[in-house]
Write a protein that binds this ligand. Structure first.
Ligand SMILES: NC(=O)c1ccc[n+]([C@@H]2O[C@H](COP(=O)([O-])OP(=O)(O)OC[C@H]3O[C@@H](n4cnc5c(N)ncnc54)[C@H](OP(=O)(O)O)[C@@H]3O)[C@@H](O)[C@H]2O)c1
Length: 281
């Protein structure tokens, strides 16, 4: 029987969780294909033992080429880490649909397409793991983040369904739900928000949401979060186990917030949000 490939392909390794995971897994002896839109942004990961490939999860040709390259060398992508993503904030009434579509294209359709591309070879070797980077934001919502939350709720549903559909082929699906993780995420979210900001009934609200987002990553709440290494560690643990938990909340911020949301009725959650966010009117 041919040897099983446990080669790991990670999307979005230019910074944050993807970068930390690539580094940790390569150092831990895994064969790692670190990928990013800009190859020059991941050159340094070669020093940690990673192989690097260009991969944009919104570009069909780029996704196919990267998966084919790994399959040519390794036989199969053994572990896919669907990590690439960003947050498009803004009040739902005002987010331009193009920006909303781009948000889904990266966070949802990219994840689906990458999964579709790696599954045939995983099935052939009857072994594979799909690790989806969701968010605590797939279990609860904060005002002003509707589009981002919608993508992460979608990732929850996709992970649950996929887990059932591929189990008989020897493939497992693990959903990571990080809380507050200090990466480029907040800065990138601010940049996306300013691209679409307009004057109107939500101007003050948008400004407050932006300030709160930055504040939460820089303020005392940060203590309940962690660096990208804690997510990398949780990923390594999940893929090393024969049977991983289906969902892995990462950091106390995720565990606490998910629990709070579970316990509070919708209107009580809304009231709690009103103590922090201005009600647009
Ligand atoms: N940080 C948090 O608090 C937090 C919490 C929960 C979940 N998450 C999730 O964790 C994942 C990683 O985020 P992070 O915190 O590590 O943020 P980050 O430092 O901003 O990293 C995001 C990565 O995604 C990449 N990316 C964006 N669009 C892409 C595309 N079309 N194709 C390929 N790569 C693309 C970025 O690459 P470029 O450099 O090319 O833009 C970057 O490498 C995301 O899915 C995010 O939703 C983050």
């Amino acid at each position: 029987m041919p040897e099983i490939s446990k080669a790991v392909l990670i999307t979005g390794c230019s910074s944050g969780i993807g970068e930390a995971t690539a580094r940790r897994l390569a150092t831990g002896g895994w064969t790692v294909y670190a990928t990013a839109r800009r190859l020059e942004a991941i050159e340094h990961l070669r020093d940690s033992g990673c192989r690097t490939l260009a991969l944009d999860v919104t570009d069909e040709h780029s996704m196919q080429a990267a998966v084919e390259e790994v399959e040519r060398t390794e036989g199969a992508v053994g572990v896919l880490v669907n990590n690439a993503g960003y947050s498009q904030g803004g009040a739902i009434e005002q987010v331009p649909l193009d920006a909303a579509r781009r948000q889904f294209e990266t966070n949802v359709f990219g994840l689906i397409r990458m999964t579709q591309l790696v599954l045939p070879a995983m099935r052939d070797q009857h072994w594979g793991k799909v690790v989806n980077i969701g968010s605590m934001g797939g279990r609860l919502t904060f005002p002003g983040g509707g589009l981002y939350h919608a993508t992460k709720y979608a990732v929850e549903a996709i992970s649950d369904v996929l887990r059932f559909e591929v189990r008989g082929f020897g493939v497992d699906v693990v959903l990571l739900e990080p809380g507050l993780i200090t990466t480029e995420f907040a800065a990138n979210a601010m940049a996306k928000n300013s691209e679409i900001s307009t004057d109107g009934p939500y101007t003050e609200f948008d400004a407050k949401v932006s300030a709160l987002t930055t504040g939460v990553y820089e303020g005392p709440m940060r203590r309940l979060g962690g660096g990208p290494e804690v997510v990398a560690k949780a990923i390594e643990k999940a893929i090393s186990r024969r049977r991983a938990p289906t969902r892995v909340p990462v950091t106390p911020s995720a565990r606490l917030s998910i629990l709070q949301r579970k316990l509070l009725p919708d209107r009580v959650w809304d009231a709690a949000m009103r103590t922090q966010f201005p009600q647009p009117k």
